[in-house]
Design a protein around this ligand. Structure first.
Ligand SMILES: Nc1ncnc2c1ncn2[C@@H]1O[C@H](COP(=O)(O)OP(=O)(O)O)[C@@H](O)[C@H]1O
Ligand SMILES: [Mg+2]
Length: 297
């Protein structure tokens, strides 16, 4: 038993057990203590991560922006790929997708367009973007007749993986040909999952799809982790969903859990990551913690 003096002079006893036990995180497991990663003296080759869930509105785009920005804060060179014709990733980084001459669509469909012709620098140091807009929806149809159609994105990224430490691909809410391209180009998949009961029901289908891709197109593909988003720990429902997620997927679930907060929609409107828009907010801290987990995996 040790003692501590609190402001005002009273001496209180501290429970010895509380000092030695690691803190429990929102997932009920002991939180890992993750040190800041060492700075890099050279970059690449990139770890390519696809952010995938065939359900919309679960936090894919928000997580792509903010994980990317948090990794860039650690001195990592990060390329974000907007692979959703909605262009929300581009909008979330302050880009007007309707004013773009060249997008990921041109990169996919025109042989003389290279990554550098499409790439934009963001306001965050070390964070680059391949933007998209509604044009990309045509690629889904046009790619069908291409040779090696599932490998198109992988082939396009190949010349630039050496320049980056991470490539994060923000997928559209479907398991169509664009998402299959992302999964074929990726080393790992991050599955953002809204902490809501019906959200769990799509995961089995998603896992089956990942197994098929691994078997037929991309043997290196791994599930990097499942990210619980929009969590409200004050509700029994939220806690129950998280418990079920843990019992079904165990260590695949990231320790970091993203709480539901209006700060995220605000950042989309501002066209900035939360790590710069509200740098000291709990949401920014959560994505920084997620970045440490990803760096440690
Ligand atoms: N943790 C969160 N709390 C509250 N709102 C969020 C959170 N994460 C994302 N949002 C909001 O929910 C909506 C959908 O998120 P988004 O990241 O675009 O999902 P997806 O890309 O899966 O469709 C957006 O308006 C976004 O600002
Ligand atoms: Mg999205």
């Amino acid at each position: 038993m040790t003692a501590a003096t609190v402001p005002g002079g009273a001496v209180i006893a501290l429970d010895a057990a509380a000092e030695t036990l690691p803190a429990l995180g929102p997932t009920g497991r002991a939180l890992p203590v993750l040190a800041s990663p060492a700075p890099l003296d050279r970059h690449g080759p990139a770890r390519v991560l696809a952010m995938v869930n065939q359900k919309g509105g679960v936090g894919k785009t928000t997580s792509t922006i903010n994980l990317g920005a948090a990794l860039a804060e650690h001195g990592r060179r990060v390329l974000l790929v907007d692979f959703d014709p909605q262009g929300a990733l581009s909008v979330g980084l302050g880009v007007n997708p309707l004013q773009l001459d060249r997008t990921v669509y041109n990169l996919l469909m025109e042989r003389d367009v290279a990554v550098d012709d499409v790439m934009l620098k963001t306001n965050i140091a070390g964070l680059d973007l391949l933007p998209s807009n509604i044009d990309l929806s045509a690629a889904e149809v046009q790619l069908v007749t291409e040779v090696a159609r599932e490998q198109t994105l992988e082939r396009l990224l190949r010349p630039i993986v050496a320049d980056y430490d991470f490539v994060l691909i923000d997928c559209q809410p479907s398991l169509g040909l664009l998402t299959v391209n992302a999964l074929t180009a990726a080393h790992g998949v991050i599955i953002p999952l809204e902490c809501e009961y019906f959200a769990l029901r799509g995961v089995a289908l998603l896992m089956q799809t990942l197994d098929k891709i691994k078997e037929r197109l991309n043997p290196r593909l791994e599930v990097e982790g499942i990210l619980a988003t929009m969590y409200d720990g004050r509700t029994v429902h939220g806690r129950q969903v998280l418990e079920r997620l843990l019992s079904a997927f165990g260590e695949l679930v990231f320790h970091t859990v993203i709480n539901r907060t209006v700060r995220f929609p605000e950042t989309s409107v501002a066209g900035e990551p939360i790590t710069s828009y509200a740098s000291s907010s709990a949401g920014a801290a959560a994505y920084r913690q997620l970045a440490l987990e990803v760096l440690a995996r």
